[in-house]
Design a protein around this ligand. Structure first.
Ligand code: PGA
Length: 257
């Protein structure tokens, strides 16, 4: 039985003051229950990772980044390396988010390189895949997602079993048409894609396929989380907007119970 994982993607939001109050509310809610029904993490903007480390170090809430460089170190102005994220004890890093693919021209190959660097630094990459509305309507969702996944699986296998191979990944299915739009994929649409992704993992490594958490992302809210989480291959959520309100975020965590 895979444990559920709920990850907040803060995107480019927050201030030191806002983060401190959001996290203290999240931690209070964590303390109020004897056992959390899911693993929890927040992915913060890079400048706030030190703050996350300071506030969350002794807590059940993990933290991570929203992107990582495809290079190890050197003359890459503005980039943040996987080793730097490890230096701030990040556990996770989101890789290949659709906003990075759309606004920063990230290709499947670049995403795969980032995954390799993340694995090499001991981070768990949360690899995002998803189709646009036009692709969804043209019935191309699986072809697009399959191509996005293929290079990443290859990269993870090349990174080697020493680094956990495919089992070291977390996947996130985020239909682009559902992100920040208030439109969620129906639980059945999401389940079908999640089962497809797990099938692709199983073609290479059945043990890993059973272990990898596949998150759903795209307008996850307290009122739709439970029915999404009830699906056999939906192992949690990557939450944008609702992760900025502690009550909503913790209600989504609660829906995993
Ligand atoms: P949303 O964002 O929950 O605001 O739709 C999800 C994401 O982009 O990770």
């Amino acid at each position: 039985m895979r444990r559920k994982l709920v990850v907040g993607n803060w995107k480019m939001n927050g201030t030191r003051t806002e983060n401190a109050s959001l996290l203290s509310e999240v931690l209070r809610a964590c303390e109020a229950v004897t056992a959390l029904p899911a693993d929890i993490a927040v992915c913060a903007p890079a400048p706030y990772l030190a703050q996350c480390q300071q506030l969350l170090a002794a807590s059940p809430v993990a933290w991570g980044a929203q992107d990582v460089s495809a290079h190890a170190s050197g003359a890459y102005t503005g980039e943040v390396s996987a080793a730097m994220l490890s230096d701030f004890a990040c556990r996770y890093v989101i890789v290949g988010h659709s906003e990075r693919r759309a606004y920063h021209g990230e290709s499947n190959e670049l995403v795969a390189q980032k995954v390799q660097h993340a694995l090499g630094a001991g981070l768990t990459p949360i690899v995002c895949v998803g189709e646009t509305l036009a692709q969804f309507e043209a019935g191309q969702a699986q072809a697009v997602i399959g191509a996005q996944l293929e290079v990443v699986l290859q990269a993870a296998l090349e990174a080697g079993r020493r680094l956990g191979g495919l089992a070291a990944l977390v996947l996130a299915y985020e239909p682009v048409w559902a992100i920040g739009t208030g439109k969620t994929a129906t639980p059945q649409i999401a389940q079908d894609v999640h089962a497809f992704l797990r099938g692709k993992l199983a073609e290479r490594d059945t043990l890993a396929a059973d272990k990898v958490q596949i998150l759903y992302g795209g307008s996850v809210k307290p009122d739709n989380a439970r029915e999404l989480f009830a699906m056999p291959d939906i192992d949690g959520a990557l939450v944008g907007g609702a992760a900025l309100k502690a009550a909503d975020f913790m209600a989504i965590v609660g829906a995993a119970g």
